[in-house]
Design a protein around this ligand. Sequence first.
Ligand code: NAD
Length: 288
Amino acid sequence: MEINTVGVVGAGVMGVGVAQNLAQAEFRVLLIDLTEEILARARQQIKENLRLHTLLKKSGAQSRPGAVIDRITFSADCRILEEADFLIENVVERWDVKRDLYQRIDSVCPGRTIFAANTSAIPITRIASATKRPAKVLGIHFMNPVPLKRSVEVIRGYHTSEETIEAARGLLARMEKECILVNDSPGFVSNRVLMLTINEAIFLVSERVATPAEVDRIFKECFGHKMGPLETADLIGLDTILLSLEVLYESFSDSKYRPCPLLKQMVDAGLYGRKSGAGFYPYRAVGS
Ligand code: NAD
């Protein structure tokens, strides 16, 4: 299947990275979000990332930043998705929001368009049930920051066809990414393990067993991980961590996924991590 135009819905932390990586791979990209203000911020973020890539000579730096940006159409009107051959959805991790969106795009996009959900935990089979094309729906769980990560978790839903998996493999190969294919389950492999680890690390902080820096140092200095669980949580976004734990808690009806009260309090306080300027650690907020 030939893929030229890719729709990217949601221009937050993940959508920005996905759109940039696709444009660097010379796809035409339609980037959709709710408001012009969010889209302007996304454009600025991509510009900044491309400038850094050029400085650091990372992959994609061979393409002029201006040429990469020119391949992206920024729009708040999802009707332009009727031109998409393939679509990657990155909206907030809430089933009610995703369900309404999939119903809408199912009516806008032609029958040939494949839908890839970049969700953290919501089962792909449930997402596919909101459409009339379940064979053309799969999960592509990208890692953050998208352009720098070489592998993705690809999820086969109950009805996902082999043609759909092969089309996704082809698109990801052009993005220079390897696929690790798994079957559908809430949280898949990555987040069933990672979300529990992060949640338990937050419990340790709230019980004053250790500070965030001490927890992270144990993972980095003793286990050789590149980042500790709380630095990872700040990178993902504490709001997204909380929503993902709630999906796991509801999906398995298992108390081991109950979110730590400190996590809930931090989200209520607007401490989302890197994207808001503070989480377990202080940062410079995006766009500031
Ligand atoms: P985010 O909050 O940074 O961005 C979500 C974006 O979706 C926002 O810009 C919001 O305005 C937009 N949005 C909401 N409803 C919309 C709609 N109906 N139409 C268009 N846009 C809409 O969140 P994020 O971290 O980018 O996460 C997006 C998805 O990717 C979530 O499902 C999340 O679980 C998943 N994910 C996140 C990470 C991560 O590290 N943050 C990694 C893998 C997957």
